[in-house]
Structure formats: C-alpha cells, structure tokens
Design a protein around this ligand. Sequence first.
Ligand code: G3H
Ligand code: ZN
Length: 280
Amino acid sequence: TLASLDAVLMRARADGRGVGAFNVIQLEHAHGLVAAAERTGLSVVLQISENAVRYHGSLVGIGTATRALAEASTATCVVHLDHATDPELVRQAIDLGLTSVMFDGSTMPDAQNRDLTAEVVSRCHRAGVSVEAELGEVGGKDGVHAPGARTDPDDAAAFVADTGVDALAVAVGSSHAMTERSASLDLELIARLRAAVPVPLVLHGSSGVPDAEIVRGLRAGLTKINVATHLNAVFTDAVRSALAADERLVDTRRYLGPGRDALRDEAARLLQLLALLARN
Ligand code: G3H
Ligand code: ZN
C-alpha cells in the first residue's frame, strides 16, 4: 500500500525505529525493494532521483511503474521523488501519484532555498504529498566528497518553521556516492539537531557509513536513512558474476534477475538493522 512519508516517519520515530529509503533506477530495483519490505514486514521508501529521471528521459515510466508496484504490495511503501531541483518535476510527481518529494535547494542561495521550498510545500501539502528539504549541503553530489559540511541547529529550526517541511536532510558527516563504508557521524550534532528541530531528520549518503555507525546515528536522533550507492554495488556485483560465469549468456533476465535478488536480500538486511529498537 502507498503511504505518505510524513506518516511513516512519525510512526517510526515514535517507536524509536529508523526507516530505509532506497533508490530506484531500473524496474528491478523497485521489484527487489518491494520484495524486501514484504519479506521483513517493514515499510520502505522507494526513491527516484532527478538524476534517474534524467537518465530515463522522463518520470512517467519509472514513476508510474514504481507507484503501481507500491500500491499493489502488502508492504507499506512511500514513493518519493529525490533531490528534485526543478519545481516542474515536482508538479509532475504530484500528478503521477507519488506520495513524497525532496526539494533540494541546498546549492541555492539561502533566501531562494527558503522561498522555493515554502512554495513547493504549499503545493504538495494541498495534494497530500510530504516534503523533505536539505539544509547545509551534504557533499558528494558532484563527485567531490565533503564530509566536513555541517547543518547549524538554530538555522535548521528556523528553516523548518519558515518552510513547513515534513522532514529535513542534514549534513552531519556523510557524503554522497562513497564506495567504502568508512564515514563517521557527528553524533553530538545529531543530538542537538534532534532537540532543536521538530520534524524527522534524514541522513543522505548513508552508503559510506558503517552499520554500527548508522545505529549510533539512529540512537542520536536520525530517522530516515538514504542508501543508493551501496545497493547498486551489490546489484552490480551479482550481475558481473552472472556474466562472468557464462560468456554466451544473452538473455537479460539471466543476469538482471540475480542483481535484483541480491539487492532484495541486502535491502531486507538493512531494513531489519534500521528497525532494531534504536532506543535502549
Ligand atoms: O538521496 C540518496 C542518498 O542520499 C544516497 O546516497 O548513494 O551515497 O548512499 P548514497
Ligand atoms: Zn541524497
């Protein structure tokens, strides 16, 4: 079933759990992630990034298919547009029935980020769609790792009050697209942000953060954990092995199937890790 991000995050936070938010690029990702949610009985956020939309040339195909899979599933699924910078794409996501949007104005001048985010929030809320925003840019989106970026708690509180967002992505030590799990989180800052900001906190670039550090981050106050690169690495490893095992293989199902299944298994493991009671 389809659910709004707001409802899923508030409920998880009340229970002291985290929520996994994983990226959909190919249809195999969506199938694997929905299967992981069904296997574990846990909710999942299926995220389609503006970059993935650019790759497909449109949100229509992948967005409609992902929403249909989510709707038909027994698991609770949020279908989320990730890192959107184009308000027109946000409009399209609402029309296609996605239930959540991240408007990423983190690279814009502060006043513009606030104004545009507030506009997106009022449009989305009228349609029952949740909004996540980002403050204090999480690095690595352009291939340059910047784990040193930090979000200021007072700034974050004012931003949430000004814009009305439902969730806030914060810069606390992670960076996007890391292929090694070696990042450490600023746990003291996470605790201060959790105390200052009323809405659930989101960790981007979680692929670079080891399991044990993610759990510490949840305990300190994070709720939504975004993982893309790590699951792609698991998918691609399985595809590579399938191709290497048989040079004459031509049926795409014979190598994408193992990729999908490997992604499903690792996503299920992560969902379970995040759902361990984060609070003692
Ligand atoms: O929004 C998506 C995430 O922040 C994923 O980042 O590819 O570094 O795990 P990642
Ligand atoms: Zn991100």
